[in-house]
Write a protein that binds this ligand. Sequence first.
Ligand code: DAH
Length: 353
Amino acid sequence: MAVLDELTALRAQTLNDIANAATTAELESVRIAVLGKSGSLTGYLRSMGSVAKEERAEVGKAVNAAREAIEGALDEALCTLKTKELDAAIDAAAVDITLPGRSQQIGTRHLINNIIDDLTEIFLGLGYTVGTGPEVETDYYNFTALNAPADHPSRSMQDTFYVKDLSGDVADVDGESDVLLRTQTSGVQVHFMEDQELPIYMIAPGKVYRRDVADPSHLPQFHQIEGLVVDEGITFGDLKGTLEYICKAIFGADRKTRFRAHYFPFTEPSAEVDVSCGICHGEGCRMCKGTGWLEILGCGMVDPNVLEMSGIDPERYSGFAFGMGVERIACLKYNVPDLRMLLEGDMRFLRQF
Ligand code: DAH
């Protein structure tokens, strides 16, 4: 019977193709060509109806036998090829685990953040709360509410960057913007006095901006820590005792402090605080410019006018305030001669802290 011969040939050819397939994709094409919808063996199955009745059983048997043999061979070949391909993929992706690894550089907190954290810890220990205020501030909070109205000469010492409002217009009617990058954290005092319940014992660390060119002792952007206490019966003695304690906590118990009379518009009386030089211990050296002392902060008793502007009764409450430059304290603590070194990102410098 010619059909049986054809089937034998097809079966032999297919088994041969299966044996020769080198990839699972090639194997799949063989399967489709023979067993697919319009595959050659499928064709025989479909045309069984036209096979003469007496031959049908024999042809049917041969077709089924061919299909079983081919399916079995396909399964076996698929299994082998899959394993082969997986092995090849694993080999291709192999990593040489005996190579030495690339070590990750582990960063540390920056000295500036460390100083802020240390000081924050010290003040938290004294029962203070820690607050923040906006870096983009209004003229009112940065100057006016701190007793420095528009024509006040002290404003000229803190020139800053002015900000346009979102429409691109300067914010004020007289052509000057009244939105600015804050020059000092002192404005947070006003926010606290307006918003908080009395008494107030707070510090506010944060960034401030000045229109200064960077040099060894100036940066256009730096950090301050503001402090404010408002309570009944607060005196200059409380201010001195607190700052003396803080200075010793940061710089060490052997360091001395001194208060020098100074001027700030929002405190009366005002003072600057110096700490004895850590290099020469008061003898006089280059670091302290021969004076034996290093200036670390400004402070004073909150001016009654400032309390009143923020809605606090100066007859009942009094307070003190202080503001310190964080970069300056970092440099004085570790005898760093130039503020800019803190920002250069030189790892040899930064790793020391
Ligand atoms: N805001 C002042 C400055 O940037 C520093 C300062 C001085 C803050 C006296 C105070 C203070 O709270 O009482 O120069």
